[in-house]
Design a protein around this ligand. Structure first.
Ligand code: SF4
Length: 235
C-alpha cells in the first residue's frame, strides 16, 4: 500500500503543435521540406486533432527499500520525496499511422508518427512544468527526470514497474507489457527526486549523459524548462 504525499492527479492538455515548436524539429528531419510541405500541413492537422494528451503524477516519500529494490540512479538517493509520472497521447494517432501505412501513404504515415513523438514529448514537458510548479511552491529542488530504459538515465527498463506501482495507469489506459514496454507506444514514464537541499537541475528532460552522440533524436535544451508556468487542466 503506497503512502502518498500527493495522491495521483490527472491532467489533460490541448496541444498546438506547429512547425515553430522546438519539439517537432527534433523528429521532423525534412531535408527538402518544400516537397513535403503539404504532407506536414496535413500531418499537423491530424496530429493536433488525434493526439489525446493526458498525464498523471503522484508524490511519495523516498526510502532505502525503494532505492535498493529498484536500483535508483544515484541522484535519486539524496531525494526526500519522489515524483512518479506517466504521460501519453493515447492510441488514436498511432492507429491512424498504421492505417496510412496500410493504404500505402508512407510519407504521411511517417510524418504523423514523428508528430506523435513530438506530441508525447510536449505532453511530458507540460507535466514537468506541473512538477516544477509544485517544487517551487513547496521550496523544493528537483533532480532531472529519470526514464527507465532511456540512454540518458542509466536506469534499467524493468523499473517502469516502480512508477506504475505508484500511480493508477489504468485511468490513463496506459499499460506495461511483460517485456516492460508501454502501450500505447506514444507514452512515457519517469521519476524525479525532490528535496530542499539538492542542487536544482537545469533541465528536467535532456539527453545529456547518453552515449549515443550520433542519435538523430538527441535533445539537449539550450535553456532551463524550469520557468514554465503553463498549467494543465485537472480532470
Ligand atoms: S540521445 Fe537518443 S538514445 Fe540517447 S537518450 Fe537521447 S533520444 Fe534516447
Amino acid at each position: 500500500m503506497v503512502e502518498y504525499l500527493l495522491e495521483p492527479r490527472y491532467l489533460s492538455f490541448d496541444l498546438e503543435l506547429s512547425l515553430g515548436n522546438g519539439r517537432l524539429s527534433r523528429y521532423l528531419k525534412t531535408g527538402n521540406s518544400e516537397a513535403l510541405e503539404s504532407y506536414i500541413e496535413e500531418g499537423l492537422k491530424l496530429g493536433n486533432r488525434l493526439a489525446d494528451a493526458r498525464a498523471t503524477y503522484s508524490i511519495a516519500e523516498n526510502s532505502q527499500d525503494l532505492i535498493e529494490n529498484y536500483g535508483f540512479p544515484e541522484p535519486l538517493h539524496e531525494a526526500k520525496l519522489l515524483v512518479f509520472g506517466i504521460s501519453t497521447i493515447g492510441e488514436v494517432l498511432e492507429k491512424k499511422v498504421d492505417a496510412l501505412m496500410e493504404e500505402g501513404n508512407y510519407t504521411l504515415s511517417n510524418i504523423l508518427d514523428s508528430i506523435g513523438s513530438a506530441a508525447v514529448d510536449e505532453t511530458t514537458d507540460r507535466l514537468g512544468e506541473e512538477v516544477m510548479n509544485y517544487a517551487r511552491e513547496n521550496e523544493l529542488n528537483t533532480t532531472r527526470a529519470f526514464q527507465p530504459g532511456s540512454g540518458a538515465s542509466h536506469w534499467k527498463v524493468n523499473n517502469h514497474k516502480v512508477i506504475f506501482e505508484h500511480l493508477h495507469p489504468e485511468e490513463l489506459e496506459v499499460n506495461l507489457t511483460s517485456s516492460f514496454t508501454l502501450t500505447p507506444k506514444k507514452s512515457t514514464s519517469f521519476a524525479i527526486g525532490l528535496a530542499g537541499d539538492i542542487e536544482q537541475v537545469k533541465d528536467l528532460f535532456s539527453c545529456v549523459g547518453c552515449e549515443r552522440t550520433d542519435c538523430p533524436y538527441r535533445h539537449i535544451p539550450e535553456k532551463t524548462t524550469a520557468g514554465g508556468q503553463r498549467r494543465g487542466v485537472t480532470k
